[in-house]
Design a protein around this ligand. Structure first.
Ligand SMILES: N[C@@H](CCC(=O)N[C@@H](CS)C(=O)NCC(=O)O)C(=O)O
Length: 261
């Protein structure tokens, strides 16, 4: 029995869900209680000492980190394969995944910090948003060079790189900084969104946005303590939000990664 701890808006969890749907695997979804608040869910912590989604439990065996989970899914359920056969194409898929997870992700996350969590307003928010949009555009050019004239990033079949890119590109579209629909990447996005695996995952994410309506108030009341981990912390500082970080530390509404016990 497979259980995936997730949050519908987590792009890392979305990658794993798309992979499981593509392979026709039956699994249960579970949301940790109080994710993002900094409170401890003891059961979840057993599955992932980092207290982050996703975590996958396969008959009592717990795995964390979306990349490790994807590798496990690919090894356990090899058909249909998501990684290409060719050695260089496999390396490219893994590079694209890593770039999206560690360089691209904070762009959307940062937009969420501004728009949903209201970390900055006025001129400061405009500066940070403009940086986010410019960084996204740079990334789109890089992604289009990888895509070239292919249907999918790995060639003729939807695979590892595609499922690693689509959650982020859809997230950016939601934030109003997505690719132009008539561009190569925009057309690829339409193709990817037509897949049932992506449709189901994206619909759950869209539904979940409603739950964020009062989330800035929850930050103000210090009920939310957001995780500013590695690339996210760097992104906020480099994009003009040093004050956001300092204010978050002062008001105890941000935290860093969990310590292992
Ligand atoms: N490198 C990890 C990153 C996972 C991660 O950052 N997950 C976020 C959600 S997108 C999380 O659960 N954060 C915990 C929190 O905000 O409390 C992976 O690939 O699984």
């Amino acid at each position: 029995m497979i259980t995936l701890y997730e949050h519908p808006l987590s792009p890392y969890a979305q990658k794993c869900k798309i992979a499981l749907y593509e392979k026709g695997v039956t699994f249960d979804l579970k949301m940790p209680t109080a994710l993002g608040t900094g409170q401890v869910d003891a059961e979840f912590l057993k599955a992932n000492p980092r207290a982050e989604v996703p975590a996958l439990i396969d008959d009592g065996f717990a795995i964390f980190d979306s990349t490790v989970i994807l590798e496990y899914i690919e090894d356990k359920f090899p058909t249909p394969p998501l990684l290409p056969r060719d050695l260089k194409a496999r390396a490219t898929a893994r590079m694209i995944e890593d770039a999206m997870d560690t360089h691209y992700e904070p762009i959307n996350w940062g937009m969420g910090e501004l728009r949903w969590f209201k970390r900055a307003e006025g001129e400061q928010a405009r500066v940070i948003e403009a940086r986010a949009a410019a960084q996204a555009r740079g990334f789109y050019a890089w992604l289009e060079r990888h895509l070239g004239d292919q249907q999918w990033f790995g060639g003729e079949t939807f695979g590892w790189a595609d499922l690693s890119v689509i959650p982020y590109i859809n997230g950016s579209t939601g934030q109003g900084i997505g690719p132009d629909g008539s561009s190569k990447l925009g057309k690829w996005q339409t193709r990817a969104n037509a897949r049932p695996s992506v449709q189901k995952t994206a619909a759950a994410a869209t539904d979940s946005i409603k739950t964020l309506a009062n989330v800035s108030e929850a930050v103000r009341l210090r009920l939310f303590k957001r995780e500013y981990r590695d690339h996210r912390l760097e992104w906020m500082i480099r994009s003009g939000g040093l004050d956001v970080v300092l204010e978050g530390i002062k008001t105890e509404t941000i935290r860093f990664s969990n310590e292992f016990h």
